[in-house]
Write a protein of this length. Structure first.
Length: 198
């Protein structure tokens, strides 16, 4: 089954290909399609953004499309940076700049009040306009000193309390099993398995 993944983000494409290993899904990256324009992520929430990306990319490619929207929601900041996670400190911001801005906002906030969730909404959009949505949430705490060099984005400052490690210290296989994206993908795979049996 061929599915186009609606992203050009190398870090995400790698994670997602790993998660779909062992399934019969042949994942094509958006980088293989140069007719698809940049899509403004101007929705009010993760679902609106993922659905828009999936619908537009399916229109241009004529294929079934998987799109996700994800981000970090920090409790004490009322859910910031949320849908603005990738561009928290401005368009084209680097991960280091975004992390720096977040840590500046959390200056003086005690560790016990630094709860946060990584969230991921996944949309599987078919060429007939029907779609399914899946959602994953991963709880953690934001720490002041970045640790680890795996992953991307806010991983080095996202501490997983049960494991006492940051997401960037976790091996990819572990992160992919327990992360927000891992949870949403597990639901997607279960749904595909169930539909295949019918
Ligand atoms: P998206 O590409 O619009 O979904 O933006 C996602 C942004 O949220 C990324 O650029 C990161 O800043 C952040 N993010 C989402 N998932 C993760 C993750 O697994 N680790 C670290 N940061 C993440």
């Amino acid at each position: 089954m061929k599915i186009v993944f609606a992203s050009r983000n190398g870090g995400k494409i790698k994670e997602i290909s790993d998660m779909l290993e062992g399934t019969d899904i042949e994942l094509a990256s958006l980088n293989n399609y140069d007719n698809v324009p940049e899509i403004a992520e101007d929705g009010k929430n993760f679902l609106e953004n993922a659905l828009k990306k999936a619908r537009v990319v399916s229109g241009y490619t004529g294929e079934t499309v998987l799109a996700d929207d994800s981000g970090l929601q920090v409790d004490v900041l009322g859910g910031e940076p949320g849908i603005y996670s990738a561009r928290y400190s401005g368009e084209n911001a680097t991960d280091a700049e975004n992390n720096k801005k977040l840590l500046a906002k959390l200056k003086g906030v005690p560790q016990e009040s630094r709860g946060a969730s990584f969230c991921c909404v996944l949309v599987l959009y078919r060429t007939d306009g029907s779609y399914d949505c899946f959602e994953g949430k991963w709880r953690g705490q934001i720490i002041d000193e970045p640790r680890g060099s795996n992953g991307f984005g806010y991983d080095p400052i996202f501490m997983v309390p049960d494991l006492k490690m940051t997401a960037a210290e976790l091996p990819a296989e572990i992160k992919n099993k327990i992360s927000h994206r891992g949870q949403a993908f597990a639901q997607l795979k279960e749904s595909l398995r169930t539909k295949a049996k019918k």
